[in-house]
Ligand binder design. Structure first.
Ligand SMILES: Cc1ncc(COP(=O)(O)O)c(C=O)c1O
Length: 345
């Protein structure tokens, strides 16, 4: 009798690759339980193989989101100690889960003058590393193993869908979009990449500012973001992202988080305008963490985020700094940041 028992491994292996669903005619969803398992597993296992992660090595990373959860899962499986440096926005449920997985969570209470909490967290990571003889920092924002880890996602995407013409996804570190699209382009250089960001994120040329939509966008420029990958950039508002997340659930029974909603909103519009293109939208995590926010009408109303109009079309802007509406897009055209924004920015 043949059996697949040898292919059964641990939970991060089982949850590594997304499920694929057909959302509409030419639009497919890559539905992840927790996309950040892809870089967390790859980075830690690559470090282990190189000998950088001995039994006494302390793993230290700054994160207030899903990368921390994925690292905590992987660290528990590898029996390694983990310190996560976070800030006050970390949600209670995630905090509990991280602790339950054995991670030590340190909260920075004050933002840095420039770079906000993200900079304050990086400084704390540096302090911990300086005071400990043997540490390993996964550094999702700069470690090339982050984008590299998505090669398996791209290869499997091609196996499942046969052909992919366009990938649409949220951008935070840049790892998932850049890594997936680079591998797809080794097979077909024409594959289009549509990045989804939010206003007042520095990633595609906005000045840093307060953002209500979490999980995408950034206050600091991550070295892993290769701007030349992107054909288009969209900036989505929080109200639209939450409403689109609910529509994804209501209409397609896909229970995902708000970065999935933001990407879905853009993907639906793009796929409709390009009916001959086979489009894949990256849906990075599930909705459980957002039950009290995105999925809670009272919270949305309190935050003045309820009732966003999803029939609105995006406005094309002539420069990133002109993207000040609720949903704007810019033809980035695979240019470098300097080419678009000018030298010295
Ligand atoms: C929920 C969620 N969606 C999307 C992203 C963006 O992915 P990436 O960092 O690969 O650009 C992140 C990043 O942390 C995330 O946590």
């Amino acid at each position: 009798m043949t059996t697949e028992i040898d292919s059964i491994s641990d939970i991060t292996h089982a949850q590594l690759l997304p499920r694929y669903v057909r959302i509409s005619g030419n639009l497919y969803g890559a539905v992840f339980t927790l996309m950040k398992i892809v870089p967390a597993r790859h980075i830690l296992r690559a470090a282990l193989a190189r000998g950088d992660l001995g039994p006494d090595t302390l793993i230290v990373e700054t994160t207030s989101g899903t990368f921390g959860l994925a690292l905590a899962m992987e660290a528990a499986l590898l029996e390694r100690r983990l310190v996560l440096v976070s800030d006050p926005v970390i949600d209670v449920g995630l905090h509990r889960r991280l602790r339950d997985l054995g991670a030590r969570v340190e909260i920075c209470s004050e933002p840095a003058e420039v770079g906000g909490f993200q900079e304050a967290r990086l400084r704390r990571v540096a302090e911990i590393r300086a005071s400990h003889p043997d540490t390993f920092c996964p550094e999702q924002y700069s470690n090339p193993d982050n984008p590299r880890s998505y090669a398996v996602v791209a290869e499997e995407m091609l196996r499942r869908l046969g052909r992919v013409d366009c990938v649409i996804g949220p951008v935070g570190s840049g790892g998932s979009m850049c890594g997936t699209v680079r591998t797809l382009r080794e097979h077909n250089p024409q594959v289009r990449a549509i990045g989804v960001d939010t206003h007042q994120s520095v990633l595609f040329g906005h000045p840093d500012g307060p953002r209500t939509l979490r999980g995408l966008g950034n206050s600091l420029m991550p070295p892993n973001l290769d701007h030349t990958v992107f054909d288009e950039v969209h900036w989505c508002g929080a109200g639209e992202a939450h409403a689109a997340t609910r529509a994804l659930h209501r209409e397609h029974a896909l229970f995902q988080g708000p970065t999935s909603g933001a990407a879905f909103q853009v993907a639906r519009w793009w796929a409709e305008r390009n009916p001959d293109a086979r489009c894949v939208v990256m849906l990075p995590d599930e909705g459980h963490r957002y039950q009290e926010t995105t999925y809670n009408d009272a919270w949305l109303a309190e935050q003045s985020l309820a009732g966003a109009d999803l029939s609105v079309k995006p406005r094309e802007v002539a420069a990133p700094e002109l993207a000040v509406g609720t949903w704007d897009w810019f033809p980035w055209a695979r240019r470098s940041f300097e080419d678009v924004m000018g030298e010295g920015r």
